[in-house]
Ligand binder design. Structure first.
Ligand SMILES: [Zn+2]
Length: 167
């Protein structure tokens, strides 16, 4: 399911630039600001590919459920300032806070969350503090609040994400 596209800019404040020992995953929205933007996914990938932007994610999920592997599981991405060194980032293609999360994105995100759980033991829970262990929206972190981040927002249904047998 994942599509590897090569090397992306990595956050490397620490010696390793690795987040392999962490247990926190931030969920982002891509937020070009262009409602309904048909090329939001690949446009964000291209944006992340340019080191000048100092932006990247570990994985990005397009509208159709395609998972783009950017920095991947083992390298820190450039997504939330001081949290870069201790949290992974999954970005949903979502141009604005009002763009819906697609059925395919829910399925792919559930799959990704299970991968992070199976590979690294990240608890399959929605947490509301960046100091906890599990999954959290960018806007729910102190870092995100401090910078007025709205992603992912009301369109993300956590009951659907964490509920049994759907996706
Ligand atoms: Zn974000």
């Amino acid at each position: 399911m994942a599509v590897a596209l090569g090397l992306f800019p990595r956050y490397c404040a620490s010696s390793s630039g690795s987040v392999a020992d962490n247990d926190l995953v931030l969920i982002h929205g891509s937020r070009s600001g262009n409602f309904g933007n048909p090329t939001e996914g690949i446009g964000t990938v291209r944006y992340c590919w340019n080191p000048v932007n100092q932006a990247s994610y570990n994985h990005l999920i397009d509208y159709n459920g395609t998972v783009y592997e950017l920095t991947g599981y083992r390298a820190a991405s450039w997504h939330a300032a001081y949290l870069n060194a201790r949290a992974w980032a999954i970005c949903l293609a979502q141009p604005t806070v009002n763009d819906a999360i697609t059925d395919a994105q829910y399925s792919a995100l559930r799959w990704m969350m299970q991968e992070y759980h199976d590979r690294f033991g990240v608890p399959l829970v929605h947490i509301k503090s960046e100091n906890g262990r599990g999954f959290i929206e960018h806007r729910e972190t102190a870092q995100g609040m401090g910078h007025g981040k709205s992603d992912v927002g009301y369109r993300l249904d956590w009951d659907r994400l964490l509920g049994p047998g759907n996706g």
